[in-house]
Design a protein around this ligand. Structure first.
Ligand code: COA
Length: 263
């Protein structure tokens, strides 16, 4: 997981928190095939790394999180290459989404097209007040291809998603928060420290419980309610097989802070 294994990402980890930074500053961090491949690799490695409890995803610089897929690369693609790229980027985002630990998008500027899609594949979104979100693809003669037509509707509702996808209109961070696209908005100058505080809040919880909660929310979302509730019961039961559950409940009764082992 060294920085040198990536050309377009910076990946670092310390004290339980990993940062994945998309780093193509001259392209506003646009996602090309190489970056998609690297993102998939980083998501898997960091997702499996037991030393990492929280993953923060951001963009290099203070202007853009990710300004979309790389339009220069898209312009030269035919239909089958485009479909393959959509799948490749989709799998990279899915790898992040399936990580068994919280993944937070730290949105430091433009999150357009694939950038908005990358942010939506993260479990939580923290945005600088200067960030902007949108799916401008129809203005280029294409459509969102990395989950934008699906995750946006799930997050903000079909009506709002259709407005954003069909008009290509971008919204500012505050509007994104209002419609449920973003969890928190903070002043741009404080974004990294707020991200670290958010990560610390998550790290203070039981890792095994966080993983079970993510599984319940994501796996349950694809099931009919009856089966989803049964899945929740099963995962609720599984929590009772963990040391963390014994420690968390005991600590409450003993009026002290829990010391979670993460198992
Ligand atoms: N793909 C490839 N290159 C991109 C890019 C993208 N998605 N977004 C920005 N860039 C490049 C620009 O071409 C420019 O390169 P250049 O300096 O070689 O000309 C550089 O990044 C800086 O962008 P620029 O457009 O000059 O910055 P700006 O401040 O004027 O505008 C944006 C910022 C984000 C509004 C504008 O770059 C933009 O609209 N980008 C495309 C967004 C989009 O449609 N994304 C969806 C793609 S499917």
């Amino acid at each position: 997981m060294t920085a040198s294994s990536y050309e377009n990402l910076l990946v670092s980890a310390s004290e339980g928190v990993a940062w994945i930074t998309v780093h193509r500053p001259d392209k506003l961090n646009a996602l090309d095939r190489r970056t998609a491949e690297e993102l998939a690799r980083a998501a898997r490695l960091v997702g499996e790394d037991p030393r990492v409890g929280v993953i923060l995803v951001t963009g290099a610089g203070d202007k853009a999180f990710v300004a979309g897929a790389d339009i220069e690369e898209l312009a030269a693609m035919g239909p089958s290459e485009a479909e393959a790229f959509s799948r490749q980027l989709g799998e990279a985002l899915r790898a992040l989404e399936r990580a068994p630990k919280p993944v937070v998008a730290v949105v430091n500027g433009f999150a357009l097209g694939g950038g908005c899609e990358l942010a939506m594949a993260c479990h939580l979104r923290l945005a600088a007040d200067t960030a902007r979100f949108g799916q401008p693809e129809v203005g280029l003669g294409l459509i969102p291809g990395a989950g934008g037509t699906q995750r946006l509707a799930r997050l903000v509702g079909r009506g709002r998603a259709l407005h954003l996808v069909l008009t290509g209109e971008a919204v500012d961070a505050e509007e994104a928060r209002r419609i449920g696209l973003v969890n928190r908005v903070v002043p741009a100058a404080r974004l990294r420290e707020e991200a670290a505080a958010y990560a610390a809040q998550l790290l203070s919880k039981s890792r095994s419980a966080l993983s079970l909660a993510l599984e319940a929310v994501y796996e349950g979302a694809d099931l009919p309610l009856e089966r989803a509730l049964r899945l929740e019961s099963a995962l609720f039961g599984l929590a009772f097989a963990t040391e963390d559950m014994r420690e968390g409940t005991r600590a409450f009764l003993e009026k002290r802070k829990p010391r979670f082992a993460g198992k």
